[in-house]
Structures are given as C-alpha cells and as structure tokens.
Design a protein around this ligand. Structure first.
Ligand SMILES: [Zn+2]
Length: 359
C-alpha cells in the first residue's frame, strides 16, 4: 500500500550529516561507524531512498531545515549566525532535491494535477517511478522578510512551519512560551496571499492560537502527537486537535520515541524500557480519530532520522520500510480498509488536492 510520510528531513541528512541517501541504510550506518562519527543517531539511521521504496513510501513532505543559532539550543540543529546564511543553506538543500529530481530519483510535486498524476503512475509501477516529494520549510529562519514568501513559493516551496525548536525570527517554537514576533502576522498574511500552506507543528501554544486567528488558508500539523498521551508542550492538546479538525486539517503522527510514550529522559531512556514499539503510534492515531469521530484527520509524519536514529525510535523498527506493518496494526485495532488507506495516504491526498494550486 502507498504510504505518505509528511515529515522527512532528507536534505538536512544529506548535507548536514553528509549521508548518501542513494545507498542502503545498512551501508550508511557502516560508513559512519568506520569513519568513527560519534553523536546521537550516528550509525543508527533508518531512512534512505532504497528503504523508502522498499517500504512503499512513494510520497512524502521533505524539508528545508536551516536554523539560526540560538543560545541554549543544540548547535547540531541550529547553526547559522545570520539569516542570509540560513537563506543560502536552505537554497543549498533545495538544490539537493533538484539534483535528485534530475537524476530521476525524485518527482517534485507542486500542484494538484501533478499530485494525482504521480499517484496514478506510482500505483501502476511502484518499483520504478520516482519518489514523490512536496517541499516544506521547518522554521522560517531562511525567509528573509515576509515579502520573500512569494519568491520561495515560485521556487517550489509549498509549506512553511514558522518555528522549530526555540524561537525563529517570526514565532516562538517548541520549548519556549510566547506569541508571534512583530513580523509574524505579516509572514502569515503573505503565506495566505500566495497560497503557502501553514504547518502548525512546533508552534508554541500562544503562537498556535494567534496563527490560526490570523491565517485563513489550509492548515496541517506535519509531525505532531497527542498531549493527552504524552504531556509536553511539543504535543497537541485535545482543544488544539479539535480546532485543527474544524479547519479540516490533517495531523501526521510522529515516530520520535520521546513523543510516543511518557517518561522518556532524553539521552538516557531506551525505547524498550518504556515499551515504545510501532504499535504505540496507533494510540496517537486512534486518539485523533476518537476526537474527530472519524478517521479522516489522522495520518503519518514520521520524522525518522530527524536528529535521532534507532536509539530513539520504536524498538521493533529497523528502517522506515517497517511502516508497511501499519495496516495490520490498524486492522487489529478495528480499523477497516477504507480508514487504513485514509491514514496511510488518502487523508493527505485529499488535503493536498484542495490545498495545492489547481492548475
Ligand atoms: Zn520537527
């Protein structure tokens, strides 16, 4: 079954982690161990293009991730001293996707018609069609001004999450409290004007509310779990989930282990100690479905290799190809074929058929 994964930091892995994603995951792990690379996630990666194909992940949202360095936050994630550098780095990541598109590995989807054409082609020939990509920016640090949103849209960007961990020039993000910065409302207004989709993932609670008040366009939560199950500001409250459902949003459930089950101590806990397995993801999917009263708003946004590897993923997941076990796990929880297809790809397809440009 076709799987749509709404959050993969592929270019960041390729450029900042220097991973050759054309190679098998086993080889990338081995290479990092041989090179003596140390640090979280090294030698433990779970994502590369061969694994995406093996797992039937024929469509995904890939990110541009180029954050300004902020005090107190990990330099591995946030490294640039000035916005012009973040702008240039994001363009470099975009060039990575373009290079792979030219190589026939990726198909960069920018409108509703090419989305449908890709799904038809993929379903007819999943062994050989390029992998489909929608482009998103995680943290708006590379957007030099609100007026520049249109330039990014012309370049093929379709989704912006205004903040990431810490603050961005526009908004408070994960781990911080506060509202939009003075340029935040203008960014959101310009996004709506040009048709750029808003990703609320990583927004602080106050920014979540303010952004939804200001922005009237299509909204999604690309990689976001439930606070009722794992208490932390990174997760969505039930009220926030209900507000997203009212906006006809889709919420991608993430596979970052600390967001799946409570009691995780970063850098210490192992997934098996808190019982985080792939099936734990279904708890979050099910929670969204119960709040909605249907299965139309829950989906997948794994964030695999988003700064972590197997050591912070479900203990029974070796690579992203294991997502193909999800249909059976959902079936065991009482989901029928239509609901399962919706969660695995159909809900995102419905969302993007409406949210992408129609020409
Ligand atoms: Zn993230």
């Amino acid at each position: 079954m076709l799987i749509f994964d709404a959050h993969l930091d592929l270019a960041w892995n390729a450029l900042d982690w220097n991973r050759n994603l054309l190679r098998p995951v086993s080889e990338i792990r081995k290479r990092e161990i041989e090179l003596g690379l140390i640090g979280k996630g090294r030698g433990e990666g779970t994502v590369s293009f061969p694994e995406l194909r093996r797992g039937g992940v024929g469509l995904f949202i890939a990110t541009l991730l180029a954050r300004l360095l902020r005090p107190g936050l990990t330099p591995a994630l946030q490294r640039y001293e000035h916005m012009e550098a973040a702008y240039a780095a994001a363009h470099g990541q975009m060039a990575y996707y373009r290079a792979l598109e030219q190589k026939g590995v990726l198909r960069w989807i920018k409108d509703a018609a090419s989305l449908d054409a890709h799904v038809r082609a993929w379903n007819a020939n999943p062994q050989h069609e390029p992998l489909g990509l929608l482009l998103s920016m995680e943290g708006a640090d590379p957007v030099l001004s609100p007026e520049q949103v249109e330039e990014w849209f012309q370049a093929g960007l379709r989704i912006i999450g205004p903040a990431h961990y810490g603050v961005s020039p526009y908004a408070h993000g994960t781990g911080t409290e506060g509202g939009l910065f003075p340029l935040g409302p203008a960014l959101l207004q310009e996004m709506q004007r040009v048709g750029m989709i808003l990703d609320v993932t990583h927004l602080s609670d106050q920014c979540f509310d303010e952004a939804l008040d200001i922005y009237g366009g299509p909204v999604l939560a690309s990689h976001h779990n439930c606070r009722a199950l794992v208490p932390h500001q990174r997760q969505l409250t039930d009220e926030q989930i209900k507000r997203l459902i009212q906006r006809d949003a889709v919420i991608g459930t993430a596979l970052d282990a600390w967001m799946l089950a409570p009691g995780w101590v970063r850098g210490q806990t192992r997934p098996e100690e808190v019982g985080v397995k792939l099936e734990t993801m279904v708890n979050h999917i099910d929670h969204v479905c119960q709040l909605a009263g249907n299965a139309r708003h829950a989906a997948i946004g794994t964030d695999l290799d988003g700064g972590f590897g197997r050591e912070q993923s479900p203990y029974d997941l070796d690579t992203i190809a294991d997502l193909q076990r999800l249909p059976e796990l959902l079936r065991r929880r009482g989901y029928d074929d239509e609901a399962i297809a919706g969660i695995l790809h159909g809900n995102w397809l419905r969302f993007f058929r409406q949210a992408l440009p129609q020409n």
